[in-house]
Write a protein that binds this ligand. Structure first.
Ligand code: 5AD
Length: 427
């Protein structure tokens, strides 16, 4: 399967390496793989994760050789900004962006409030253009395994909250490791996200065992297991999980307190900062459209994600879900999420920005539109289907009914049609 391309390590200085993909160079962190200049390697999320033999690499690269340059051309073409006449407000902002000036809060506000079709198109195209200049056609594709839907929390927005009456499941340690092996060896993933509710049945020992076993597969492991003690996170980092996905959910203290009983924003942020400090790659972000949120909050959400030096932005629409206290809340427009992706790209040009499943759930074009509005990362759900149905974090999740292979094929087809290649995005 083709969602990671090996590159050649052409330079090493301190712990930073330079990997070349058909002449294109990207910096990566050399953390734990024993490598030398000249080796063929895989990198994910800016971390060098594995080394492969020259023969194997050249065989894979031969299959990419022609298509790689074709993809680049397609991406360049789609990332062109067509000349249109923007409104006065937008024109001023675009001029600032061209001059590399930092946008003011009011300007971000203006962007989020844009309405006219042609202004919106110009905003999305500009963001896509910046994405292309910063990262070329590289796109991260990670697999996600949802291994338990037990959760001790009772978040008002969440479909797996303790008090919701749903069928619960837990994958055993052996099942998780076995399935990760399948995802890596048979499906070809080079990075996996292991996600669950806050489920303390998986104690530190179990988590360490899982990570150590999966680590042997030579991939980047993201953990997405909610709030656990700093000690536990440290132990699983040492066991080999080098990335963590942990959203702060909302930057508004009051909304946080109300919607996440018995937890606090301070604690959450403290944990995210700790994870960053001890060396985790961090993916963090928020929900868009929680009750009581204003554009001010939304802007704060973007700025907070940036201030946390997030290695990847992960945000998506809040989807009101039956059987939760917020079931009757209004669903936001897809357009607002696309604007958020675009604005994030303008605020943090070099960012890695995910298109989340929640956005895909809004309609079937959303994934494509997200990628054309500044996003450059995707996750493919590789949870075994009998469990995927039960991971009911919100209603009508995209990709729940399809077979894994079908989801993968569909995503690869989409990426090709947009001219994106699964080279690493680097650091
Ligand atoms: N709609 C969209 N996203 C949700 N999440 C939880 N509930 C919902 C919902 N109703 C998100 C949270 C969490 C992530 C795993 O899923 O942001 O961090």
């Amino acid at each position: 399967m083709c969602y990671a391309i090996p590159g050649k390590l052409v330079e090493i200085k301190d712990r930073i390496g330079v990997v070349e993909y058909f002449g294109e160079r990207r910096k990566v962190l050399i953390d734990f793989v024993d490598v030398a200049v000249g080796d063929y390697v895989y990198a994910q999320g800016g971390v060098l994760i594995n080394k492969i033999s020259q023969e194997e690499a050249q065989e894979i690269l031969a299959t990419w050789q022609d298509i790689f340059f074709e993809l680049k051309k397609t991406d360049m073409r789609l990332a062109e900004v067509n000349k249109t006449t923007p409104s006065k407000n937008l024109l001023k902002i675009l001029q600032k962006i061209n001059l590399n000036q930092t946008l003011k809060r009011e300007e971000l506000f203006t962007l989020l409030e844009l309405k006219g079709r042609s202004d919106l198109k110009l905003l999305f195209d500009t963001a896509n253009n910046i994405r292309q200049k910063e990262h070329s056609n590289a796109c991260c594709v990670h697999g996600i395994i949802e291994f338990s839907n037990f959760c001790r929390n009772n978040c008002f927005y969440c479909g797996i909250r303790t008090q919701r009456n749903i069928k619960r499941y837990r994958m055993s340690v052996e099942e998780i490791v076995g399935f990760a092996r399948y995802a890596v060896q048979k499906l070809g993933f080079k990075a996996l996200v292991l996600q669950s509710g806050e489920d303390y049945w998986y104690n530190e020992n179990k988590l360490v065992t899982i990570i150590k076993e999966i680590k042997k597969l030579g991939i980047l492991i993201f953990v997405s297991i909610g709030s656990r003690s700093k000690e536990t996170y440290k132990k699983i980092f040492e066991a080999g999980a080098k990335a963590a996905l942990l959203r702060f959910e909302t930057s508004n203290k009051k909304i946080f307190k109300k919607l996440r009983p018995n937890t606090s924003l301070e604690e959450r942020l403290d944990l995210i900062k700790y994870l960053k400090d001890i060396g985790y790659l961090i993916a963090t972000g928020f929900l868009i459209g929680l009750p009581g949120e204003t554009y001010d909050d939304i802007i704060n959400n973007i700025l907070l994600t940036k201030a946390l030096e997030s290695d990847m932005y992960s945000f998506g629409p809040f989807i009101p879900t039956q059987g939760t206290p917020l079931q009757n809340h209004r669903l936001i427009d897809k357009e607002l999420v696309l604007k958020m992706i675009a604005v994030t790209r303008l605020v943090d040009k070099g960012a890695k920005i995910l298109v989340t499943t929640a956005l895909e759930t809004l309609d079937k074009n959303a994934k494509k539109e997200g990628l054309l509005s500044g996003a450059n990362s995707l996750m493919i759900n590789v949870t075994p289907s009998q469990y995927r149905r039960l991971y009911r974090i919100y209603d009508h999740r995209a990709g729940v009914r399809e077979e894994i292979e079908e989801n993968i094929k569909e995503t690869v087809r989409l990426l090709y049609s947009l001219g994106r290649a699964p080279t690493d995005l680097g650091i």
